[in-house]
Ligand binder design. Sequence first.
Ligand code: TRP
Length: 333
Amino acid sequence: MIKPIVVSGIRPTGYLHLGNYYGAVRNFLRMQEDYNCYFFIADIHSLTTHPTPENLQAGVKQVLAEYLACGIDPEKSTIFIQSDVPEVCELYTFLNMNAYLGELERTTSFKEKARKQPENVNAGLLTYPVLMAADIIIHKAEFVPVGKDQEQNLEMARKFAGRFNRMYKQEVFPIPRPFTFDGGDMIKVPGLDGSGKMGKSEGNGVFLYEDPKEIRKKVMRAVTDAGPTEPNSKKTEPVENLFTLLKIVSTPDVVDHFEKAYNSCEIRYGDLKKQLAEDIIAVTAPIRERILEILKDDAYLAQVARIGAEKARESAVRTLQEVKEVIGFKRLF
Ligand code: TRP
């Protein structure tokens, strides 16, 4: 049986935190067992914010090392750097001819980015969903594992794929679908600041590369409350969040212990935090060690990127040939 194709792009900005790990990365690890996965680092997309060459390079290297350290396996998946597969830019150009100003201007991600960087509302920002569509359909992907924030971009990719097929009256592209496990949602990891979910820009995250000392410091500073005054009282959001984190990284008996302590008003948040920090460290320390090791090994990183690019290009070149044929670019000589 041919394995369905999954494509996912990873922005080379920032570092992986626990939220990314339990949200996206662990799903990638499961997916690569059963699907033909293409994971790539979206370095062309990242140009919309005008990084310096040094930052671009460092960002790409860091994410590559971090994903490898988490267990994305270049033998099982195709892991590559977007700019190593220039065919995607060609498809992007073709798709742009059928992408309309109105629909691009209406996407929430465009409006949001235009608001965030009013001094740099460039055409790349506007056509970001077109390049993303090209990333996906150039491999004829059937599934795209995306979070809520990317739903609309994926909807655009479906639209562009369908539009191309209809325009040329051929089923060149499968219509990609969002991927969720067992029909369920991803685990939501809360931050340490007592509200919302863990995020890079929120400044409430624990990062995989952080050393145990930093992690202990961060967790010990996490927001709590004055403590329960009545047995079995409802938890406030900050405390609920710490329990949610504990459920993610600790064993059920540890969770149970602190639940009981909370319900009998005997809980000491300091103890809970100490335990939480150690259990987070148990999860992250081995990954951190691998990140540091891989970052030192430029030859290995280069080899992974080269093999990934070869595999991705094979598939991209094949699709592009078909696309050009369908469009009507016939060879005259
Ligand atoms: N837009 C995605 C993000 O910001 C990154 C991305 C680029 C992507 N191309 C993609 C995701 C293709 C999935 C498929 O996270």
